[in-house]
Ligand binder design. Structure first.
Ligand SMILES: NC(=O)c1ccc[n+]([C@@H]2O[C@H](COP(=O)([O-])OP(=O)(O)OC[C@H]3O[C@@H](n4cnc5c(N)ncnc54)[C@H](O)[C@@H]3O)[C@@H](O)[C@H]2O)c1
Length: 420
């Protein structure tokens, strides 16, 4: 039926109309193909857009993380002066991660020198110099000075040695080796590379002095077999070695006889009077004074000492020089001042007087004034405030790490404690 109708329709259409119909059909087909193509394109474009925005969503947080990482890597160092090649020195600091050594590192780095710190981290900490790690002028070497060291330097500040009684008495043989073999090794290095060496000696070479204040030409009063001899005699023989190398080998030496020093990065529980009082005041414990508290002590702030060490190294003074603060204060004055600076309600507790507790300890610094133009300038209160701030931060840090240091009793001599 249907095919007959179709045949009739076709036979009724002339060839011309047929062509027209065919053309129309072709046009309709082409239009439909184009339509499909256009709609497929737009689907594809939408897909691409969606895909791109999805990628963007994933990448953005990664970019953020990279930006954060970059920020943490581009560490901000303290400002460093530019020194020309001829003024810039290659400086080795043994014991440079310790209390004094780390402040000396700061000064020499900021002055624009190249500094190599060598330390075995017995009493020093990486944290003391971590702000320089990665700086192009700085290098930190984990090394024990009892072993030889082969590097090229122009100056050597030889500070490596435990300095406080509990630390140097902890292993007396090691203290002796550090001060004797260690000093020989550093003098040998100085000789080999033609460097100048400064020895961090100590007021302890005067021992229990019979002369007040102590001048550099006083030979001292040291017990060679007492508990402190490992340090006192170790430093005395270190001085002897310096002058033997100077006379025999022509090595340029400088000897600083350092008196009591305090400041940030000092050891919190070394049993010394300043650290004990600050710790006791901050922890709300009684400040322990041995005897009446009228005995006097003199402390220099660490930046004064560092300036003195640098002035001595760069001077032409090869004989020993005292570096200390001659301003005396009674132990009681220290206790009251620290209590008020901390704002502590701690009471002052008087304990029985310690045997052999020296009544006076004071450097004579005329030589340093005259020959180096050096004298301490930081007022006691200003220095104490900085030390208190440091101790407070350390206590917070250590509390977060579950470690609370306790002040040690003052050092023991002949079975009794006494102030350092
Ligand atoms: N701080 C003072 O009041 C004072 C007083 C007189 C003399 N000094 C002298 O100044 C120097 C520095 O004293 P400080 O108060 O900074 O003491 P510190 O203990 O903080 O520093 C000494 C540094 O020497 C390092 N050290 C010890 N033995 C070593 C070894 N065998 N090899 C390599 N490194 C070693 C320690 O790890 C530490 O970093 C010492 O030589 C000390 O005798 C200090």
């Amino acid at each position: 039926m249907l095919s007959k109708a179709a045949l009739r329709l076709v036979s009724a259409v002339s060839p011309r109309r047929m062509k027209l119909l065919l053309g129309l059909a072709l046009l309709a087909y082409a239009a439909s193909v184009w339509g499909n193509f256009v709609s497929m394109r737009s689907i594809q474009e939408n897909g691409e857009l969606k895909f791109e925005s999805k990628i963007e969503e994933i990448i953005e947080p990664l970019r953020e993380k990279i930006r954060d990482l970059e920020k943490s890597f581009t560490q901000k160092y303290p400002p460093v002066k530019f020194l020309s090649e001829k003024d810039r020195k290659r400086i080795l600091i043994t014991g440079g991660a310790g209390f004094v050594g780390s402040h000396l590192t700061d000064k020499l780095m900021m002055d624009g020198h190249e500094v190599t710190v060598v330390d075995n981290f017995f009493t020093g900490r990486k944290r003391n110099v971590e702000h320089w790690i990665g700086h192009e002028n700085f290098e930190l070497i984990n090394h024990d000075v009892v072993e030889p060291l082969y590097i090229e330097v122009d100056q050597i500040y030889h500070l490596a040695s435990p300095a406080s009684p509990p630390n140097y008495m902890y292993n007396p043989i090691k203290t002796l080796k550090t001060n004797t073999i260690g000093t020989l090794n550093m003098l040998g290095l100085a000789k080999r590379v033609g460097a100048r060496l400064l020895l961090a000696s100590t007021s302890e070479v005067y021992g229990d002095p019979e002369v007040h204040p102590q001048t550099e030409d006083y030979w001292g009063h040291v017990n060679p077999i007492g508990p402190r001899a490992c340090y006192d005699e170790g430093k005395r023989v270190a001085e002897t070695m310096c002058y033997a190398y100077m006379k025999q080998e022509g090595v340029e030496v400088r000897v600083a006889r350092i008196f009591n020093t305090f400041g940030p990065r000092m050891h919190m529980n070394d049993g010394r009077v300043v650290s004990n009082f600050i710790l006791q005041a901050l922890q709300g414990e009684p400040l322990t004074v041995y005897g009446s508290g009228t005995q006097t002590r003199a402390f220099q702030y660490v930046s004064d000492l560092v300036n003195g060490l640098v002035a001595l190294m760069n001077s032409n003074v090869s004989s020993p020089v005292n570096l200390g603060n001659p301003e005396e204060h009674t132990i009681l004055e220290f206790a009251q001042l620290i209590k008020s600076l901390v704002g502590s309600g701690s009471e002052i507790q008087y304990l029985s007087e310690a045997q052999d507790d020296p009544q006076k300890r004071k450097p004579d610094i005329k030589k340093a004034k005259l020959m180096l133009g050096w004298e301490p300038v930081v007022p006691l209160e200003e220095g104490l405030n900085k030390a208190i701030h440091y101790f407070r931060k350390e206590l917070e840090y250590q509390a977060n790490n579950q470690y609370i240091p306790k002040p040690k009793p003052a050092r023991i001599k002949k079975g009794r404690t006494r102030h350092n």
